[in-house]
Write a protein that binds this ligand. Sequence first.
Ligand code: NAD
Length: 215
Amino acid sequence: MTIMPKLPEKTIERLSQYRRALLICLGKNKQYIFSHELAGMLHLTPVQVRRDIMLIGYSGTLRQGYEIREMIALIGKIIDSEEGLKVAVIGLGNLGRAMISYFNGKRTKLSIVAAFDINQEKVNRVYAGVPCYHIDMLSKIIRSENIPIAIMTVPGDEAAKVTESLVLAGIKGILNYTPTPVNVPANTYLQEYDMITSLEKIAYFVKQGNREEHI
Ligand code: NAD
């Protein structure tokens, strides 16, 4: 068996985007797709798409392009774990609830199976099929349910404390939605998403665009 080298983060992000786009095409009964079509759907260059696809060791044909089903299966083999992975949401507020509603049912290989909160009114209830436990139960449930990934949607000033508990409980990957950057040990994968940074980036480019129009 050949072992594929570790892929760059950006490639993994794009593979996830390719799969979503390919699933849409499959839903429209399309069988093959050219790199320029896939690139067009995702606002990428065909060269970028071809480079990524080559990296995962796949090649299409000149006449028909890539076989959509084959490519979806291959991307699945790279990204997904065979047995699927469980995810917990920490902080069942506006964003935590939105994440559960949005996410569950979308990916068969990743499923949100538990939520945690400190608010007694939320604890011991089930939200959209997901049980909510008190945060004091974190370590016990994470271990007994074998949950490796956590989405953190608590207030920013709770982020450091919650991260520490997650790491101690054995969580291996954290998606931090709070505006507070956190530290994790080297064996824990951290992804931070700050909506304000994204919006300010857009604001900057919108401002640049407006300037050019006025020159
Ligand atoms: P929210 O106040 O509605 O929800 C926060 C939840 O976390 C509450 O249910 C609260 O009881 C719980 N909580 C507080 N301390 C906790 C702890 N130690 N352990 C477990 N649970 C705890 O807030 P929200 O709007 O859902 O936002 C959550 C986080 O996401 C914030 O950091 C916010 O800045 C960030 N964020 C929110 C949005 C949004 O659109 N709502 C967008 C981007 C980022």
